[in-house]
Design a protein around this ligand. Structure first.
Ligand code: KE4
Length: 428
């Protein structure tokens, strides 16, 4: 029985009068599944409620921040307490130092860290810093990895290791992407070839160590090691974009899981506990190039905002004290196995990918290791699955090319209900 979406529809029409596409971020616009987004009124634990009163089991978690679920008591209490002292001062506070110390303690490759307000700010700043530190211009990214809407990273995938990028969005001048090489994720030979040809020009390599933005895609054995070895050999900066994987796949992020030490790391999402926060950090000799210590400029009115810091500190402290990661791995593996079994039973071609509490069910018969394979997924079949799950009370990311997230508050009953819903939907 389809859920009622009357109030969502009415409000969405109103939103479209004043906000482009009715949304403040295109990822929320349901472009990948058709139809209109649900208007959400509140969240609690693993659930969201929309303005029609439908309760949905939430596997987006605000696109990653809510590993502790919505409205965790410790997080709400910390935000409420911070608010009693004001919202923003434009001056240093103790909370920013406490956050920096927590991040540095959790992520050994980070010796110094700067807070910003989004993942995009973090990656944009990290790239500028890598270029300032090395005096070089070339950057390498990988097709299917998303690092925010940074001009130099909005680039079409290049056809080879030496094909410089062309903008993938109007408004980005060709000059902004002229120094960007966009390679194939997990293609060690192509990366080695790029370094062989232009290694002494490469300022940095930036990648998601576990990709969330083409769906969940794991690094093949040797790939992360190759990025580390090649950057070290050629004096390039290795940037792990852990905006999504930081504190998600492990308390120390993907770098802790895979034992690779990047030179810089970008963070976001979970470190804000749902409030706007990003961060970049890493080797002290590199970070000391950032203003006011060094010449590479970066600034932000609300960077290190005390209310956002309180939210993030409470989140990290709760993760540290409760260590939900083993249970999250078990719960997520059970969920993914159940979804796979449902797809198998329905005779639907599929593959799955899962690391910790992030996963993707691909409507694709082949294991997805790069963007070319990912883009062969059956997005029409995904759209049917997505809307069927909505009508069963399950809220999935509205694109085949996104990761799903399980929180510490998803119960065994929620997992069972999600698997049962998938069986109903896929066999329909
Ligand atoms: P923000 O600027 O959206 O805070 O972070 C950009 C970013 C950077 N790096 C990675 C690995 C990311 O996943 C993101 C943002 N993720 C998307 C979801 N896949 C955010 C959703 C949205 O754009 O609304």
């Amino acid at each position: 029985m389809p859920i009622s979406r009357e109030k969502s529809h009415a409000h969405y029409q109103r939103a479209c009068l004043t906000i482009p596409g009715g949304v403040n971020s295109p990822a929320r616009a349901f472009g990948g599944v058709g139809g209109e987004p649900l208007i959400i009124s509140r969240g609690n634990g693993p659930y969201l409620w929309d303005v029609d009163g439908n309760r949905l089991i939430d596997y987006i978690g605000s696109w990653g921040p809510h590993i502790l679920g919505h409205r965790h008591p410790a997080v709400i209490a910390a935000i409420t307490d911070a608010l009693q002292r004001g919202t923003s001062f434009g001056a240093p506070t103790e909370l920013e130092t406490e956050m920096a110390e927590l991040v540095i303690e959790a992520v050994p490759s980070i010796e110094m860290v700067r807070m910003v307000n989004s993942g995009t700010e973090a990656t944009m700043s990290a790239i500028r810093l890598a270029r300032g530190f090395t005096g070089r211009n070339l950057i390498i990214k990988f097709a299917g990895c998303y690092h925010g809407h940074v001009d130099s990273l909005l680039v079409k995938a290049g056809s080879a290791a030496t094909t410089l990028g062309t903008p993938s969005s109007p408004g980005v001048p060709p000059g902004c992407t002229a120094d960007t090489l966009c390679l194939e994720y997990n293609n060690i030979n192509e990366l080695a070839e790029a370094f062989k040809k232009r290694g002494d020009e490469i300022a940095c390599v930036i990648l998601e160590p576990v990709v969330g933005n083409m769906g969940c895609v794991l690094p093949v054995p040797g790939f992360l090691e190759a990025t580390r070895e090649l950057c070290t050999k050629h004096g390039s900066v290795l940037i792990f974009d852990e905006v999504m994987t930081g504190f998600r796949v492990a308390f120390g992020g993907a770098q802790a899981l895979y034992g690779i030490k990047p030179d810089l790391t970008t963070l976001g999402k979970i470190i804000g506990g749902g409030m706007p926060v990003g961060a970049y950090g890493g080797r002290a000799d590199i970070m000391r190039k950032i203003s006011p210590l060094g010449p590479v400029y970066q600034a932000g009115t609300l960077s290190g905002n005390p209310v956002a810091m309180a939210s993030g500190i409470a989140t990290l402290k709760t993760l540290k004290s409760t260590n939900p990661y083993p249970a999250l791995e078990i719960k997520t593996k059970r969920l993914v196995a159940g979804l796979a079994s449902a797809a198998q039973a329905a005779g639907v071609p599929y593959t799955t990918a899962q690391v910790g509490s992030m996963f993707t069910l691909f409507f694709n018969p082949d294991p997805v290791t790069n963007y070319t394979i990912a883009s062969r997924s059956n997005t029409q079949r995904f759209a049917q699955y997505f809307w069927g799950m909505i009508d069963q009370g399950v809220y999935l990311p509205c694109s085949q090319y996104e990761a799903n997230f399980v929180s510490a508050t998803h119960s065994e009953a929620d997992i069972d209900a999600t698997i049962a819903a998938a069986r109903n939907v896929l066999q329909a």
